[in-house]
Design a protein. Structure first.
Ligand code: SF4
Ligand code: SF4
Length: 364
């Protein structure tokens, strides 16, 4: 069997606990509780295995990773292994002392999420009081203690009017990078799709705003821009291809190719409680299932983009067709593509329903 290159980066979902309840959260509908999480020593062993394999970056994620009181220990362990440590956080549980401790432990970068630039809208979307004020305070502190900052702005029809203000806020906070990412529709985002999907006109306006800001802020702020797949003509290269560049580890030790894959039927994802990371990465039936190009149906199989976008997103294919093994329907060449356009037109044209907030039991 040919050896498979190691992943470049690990998304370490150290917990699903989070004080916020964003309706587009990338966590699965069935959230794990604190008692199901792996302990400090188990996570350390996983990071050691990752370094041994050649993984270069650890992205501490969740839920909200700072709910874990052992986060400094985990960061310090990774630092000792020469792993680059990034923290993906909502910021609301942080304070100056904790940030200083994390930086001293070896944290190298902070990605701070914002729900909106208007306080009442930010509170409504996150279901958390005074979240904006707290996030601005943390954004400033990150710069003050000398860590690079990326602002994550997840955009949808209920906060797109804040886009310009979020760009201004990123500049004011001294962020090096801003990620303007329209919601992707799986998990909680899929459940809330009708409340979140923008109209074509809203999307075009946001694209114009981003393009103008990129020009205006050249050399000061890098802006990444992720459009909603439902308005695209070709899919993105989801995670750089299934089990190619990224590995996702859930709070209880499952190894996934992306944060949403656990919802796919018919695949059993292996656990680090039973097998080593290297063994799972190389031999897991679930990771090998959609790896490479052999699994691809037509039109992907004979398409010259098949090793560029890897057939798109398996979770999206399943969400839209009930079959994870078909061409991602956001591709114009997919026989299901019209269905995607119809959904976008219909749902974005209707009044948005109430949010179904992300919480344990909230999807039932
Ligand atoms: S998306 Fe919102 S609810 Fe989900 S982990 Fe991030 S901050 Fe928490
Ligand atoms: S047919 Fe498949 S490989 Fe070709 S562009 Fe569409 S999704 Fe990508």
């Amino acid at each position: 069997m040919t050896s498979i290159d190691p992943p470049l980066a690990m998304l370490a979902e150290v917990t699903h606990r989070c004080p916020l309840q964003c309706p587009y959260c990338s966590n699965p509908l069935q959230l794990l509780t604190a008692s199901q999480e792996m302990d400090t020593e188990t996570w350390k062993s996983i990071f050691s295995q990752a370094a041994e394999m050649g993984v270069l970056q650890i992205h501490f994620s969740g839920g909200e990773p700072t709910v874990r009181q052992d986060l400094e220990k985990l960061v310090a362990h990774c630092e000792g292994l020469d792993l680059y440590c990034n923290l993906i956080t909502s910021g609301v549980l942080l304070n100056k002392d904790r940030l200083i401790r994390l930086a001293a432990a070896g944290l190298q970068h902070v990605q701070l999420s914002f729900q909106a630039a208007q306080a009442d809208n930010a509170d409504r979307i996150s279901a958390y009081p005074n979240s904006l004020e707290k996030k601005i305070e943390i954004g400033r502190l990150v710069g003050e203690i000398g860590l690079p900052l990326t602002v994550n702005a997840v955009m949808h029809r209920q906060n797109l009017d804040d886009l310009e203000a979020l760009i201004d806020l990123s500049v004011e906070l001294g962020a090096q990078r801003l990620e303007v990412a329209h919601v992707q529709y799986y998990g909680w985002g899929l459940r809330n799709r009708a409340a979140l999907i923008p109209t074509r006109a809203q999307l075009d306006r946001s694209t114009n705003i981003v393009e103008a800001a990129r020009e205006r802020l050249k050399g000061r702020l890098v802006i990444d821009y992720v459009v909603p797949d439902y308005y695209a003509r070709r899919p993105k290269s989801c995670m750089g291809g299934w089990a190619r560049q990224f590995v996702n580890v859930t709070p209880n030790g499952k190894v996934l190719p992306c944060h949403a894959a656990e919802d796919l039927p018919g695949l059993t994802f292996d656990s680090l409680r039973d097998r080593t990371l290297a063994d799972i990465w190389q031999k897991s039936a679930a990771l090998n299932h959609f790896r490479g190009i052999d699994w691809m149906p037509e039109p992907c199989q004979s398409c010259d983009r098949r090793e560029l976008d890897w057939g798109g997103c398996r979770c999206q294919a399943f969400a839209l067709t009930g079959d994870a093994a078909v061409t991602d329907p956001v591709c114009e060449l997919s026989p299901h593509h019209d269905q995607v356009k119809q959904i976008a037109k219909k749902e974005s044209g209707e009044s948005p329903p109430e949010f179904l907030y992300r919480r344990i039991g909230g999807a039932n």
